[in-house]
Write a protein that binds this ligand. Structure first.
Ligand code: BES
Ligand code: MN
Ligand code: ZN
Length: 483
């Protein structure tokens, strides 16, 4: 869908559908009030009313969309309301629609336009690449209707568009199945992004991983015919003075559990176990498009976790890049093993921040459900910055404690660390395991296992499937970092 920003009166606009947002219990301009006064619509959050105004407006249809009470208004509410409106526009099969930018105290035109465009585009997303019989109608054009400050609205819309491109890249990667997206695929995508924006991309395959001593990634990947990859993408090295930010993504392109095999029920969704890697790639895409002034190294540790006669086994001991050894108690706790190598590698950049994103544990889904990612950190200041970026974008993160008692739980019997400490505190002990490989550099771990995929559509702008979570949070953090 193409987005443009124009200034004008919604009643004079000639699109076949014009969306008008309204706050609960508040009057709209008199000319509009006349159109809805006999209805039951009163602006309740996400409540809609479709009106055919005949000669009262140029447009054939007006869609009133409720934003709820002004006091409870947030940019996330606008994102949701806008997503719902875009879905209705598609259902109505309109080629072109207009959406009137609302006004709200405390939110700038720039931020409102940003949220509106994100909502419209993210809500319009569907993964239908492999449906040969789908109803493929897509709305072609959306015009954002603004009153005065159309330059700020344009800038907000451009930001939203760039970020959504990153989210869509992430969603597509995580939605595509394991027979299509293998570790090599992530390497190719990284190279494409790098070529677009002049980033330095390196992709290590079996040879380089073996020569380099990436025993964690190699161990997890050794059971698959699709060999592992370790990817780095460097952007903005001229901005080193502000400190280097390393983004690290778990890229398990399919997680069968390995020899500690998972139950068949729901295993198909384990194609999304590269959601952290997808978020890093999506953030790098947006970062390149936006040209932010910050030095970022994106890293992806990718393997396919399979069972075969060459697969790693429970009881195996792996020597990681750091030299530390991992005692494998459960081959299904593979994400932390590939991340161990990547996190250690990150240390060579002397980073001011390491942020890893990983669909790491079922335990985080038990703890937080589908509404927040888990956050573990060794640095309160960095944790706060990440949490704030999450609040600003609606990609919420909730911190869990990382006390030494948890670090003790992952000490190995025969190796330095063991890859599981059992069910109790599972999301935290996974974080405690990772902590052993960050060498004390400021670090935040985001466990996105509960939010990277949705079957239940908790938000209008995250349709069923991969959510692309993490991209918006990361871009917000990097925008704040660059500022
Ligand atoms: N990829 C899974 C975690 C996961 C579960 C992601 C559900 C998304 C949805 C991870 O590799 C895993 O299997 N974790 C195990 C660890 C356990 C064996 C210590 C888990 O959480 O059960
Ligand atoms: Mn697993
Ligand atoms: Zn996994």
């Amino acid at each position: 869908m193409h987005i443009s920003v124009v200034s004008g009166d919604p009643l004079q606009h000639t699109a076949s559908l014009v969306v008008v947002f309204g706050f609960e219990g508040e009057a709209l301009p008199a000319a509009i009030t006349a159109l809805i006064e006999a209805s039951d619509w009163s602006g309740g959050y996400r409540k809609t009313l479709l009106v055919y105004p005949r000669e009262a407006a140029q447009a054939r249809r007006l869609l009133f969309v409720g934003l709820g009470k002004r006091a409870q208004f947030t940019s996330d509410r606008l994102r949701e309301a806008a997503a719902g409106a875009a879905q209705q526009a598609r259902d109505l099969k309109v080629e072109r629609f207009a959406a009137t930018l609302p006004q709200a105290d405390g939110l700038s035109t720039f931020n409102l336009s940003h949220a509106l465009v994100e909502g419209i585009l993210l809500g319009s997303y569907r993964f239908i690449e492999y449906k040969t019989d789908a109803d493929v109608f897509e709305v072609g054009e959306c015009e954002v209707l603004t009153g005065s400050d159309s330059e700020a609205a344009e800038q907000g819309a451009a930001l939203g568009q760039a970020i959504v491109n990153g989210v869509v890249l992430a969603r597509n990667l995580a939605n595509r199945p394991g027979n299509i997206v293998v570790p090599a695929t992530l390497g190719i995508v990284a190279q494409e992004i790098g070529a677009r924006y002049g980033m330095d991309v390196t992709v290590y395959g079996l040879e380089e991983l073996t020569a380099g001593g990436f025993g964690g990634i190699l161990g997890v990947g050794q059971g698959s015919a699709n060999p592992p990859r370790f990817i780095t993408m460097e952007y903005g090295s001229e901005h080193k003075a502000k400190g280097t930010v390393c983004l690290v993504g778990k890229g398990i392109t399919f997680d069968s559990g390995g020899i500690s095999i998972k139950p068949a029920d729901g295993m198909e969704n384990m194609k999304m176990d590269m959601g952290g890697a997808a978020a890093v790639l999506g953030a790098m895409e947006a970062l390149g498009a936006l040209g932010l002034a910050v030095h970022v190294v994106g890293m992806v540790a990718s393997a396919e976790n399979m069972l075969s006669s060459t697969a790693y086994r429970p009881g195996d001991i792996l020597k990681t890049l750091s030299g530390k050894t991992i005692e494998v108690l459960n081959t299904d706790a593979e994400g932390r093993i590939v991340l161990a190598d990547a996190l250690y590698y990150a240390q060579r950049y002397q980073p001011a921040a390491i942020i890893d994103l990983a669909t790491l544990t079922g335990a985080i889904m038990v703890a937080l459900g589908p509404h927040a990612m888990g956050l573990l950190s060794n640095n309160d200041d960095l944790a706060r910055r990440v949490i704030e970026a999450g609040e600003a974008t609606g990609e919420r993160a909730w911190q869990l404690p990382l006390w030494d008692s948890y670090r003790d739980m992952v000490k190995g019997d025969y190796g330095d660390v063991k890859n599981t400490a059992g069910r109790a505190g599972g999301a935290i002990t996974a974080g405690a395991f990772l902590d052993a490989f960050v060498g004390g550099f400021p670090w935040v771990h985001l466990d996105i296992a509960g939010v990277a995929w949705t079957d239940s559509k908790p938000r209008a702008y995250t349709p069923k499937g991969a959510t692309g979570v993490g991209v918006r949070l990361l871009v917000q953090l990097l925008r704040d970092w660059a500022a």
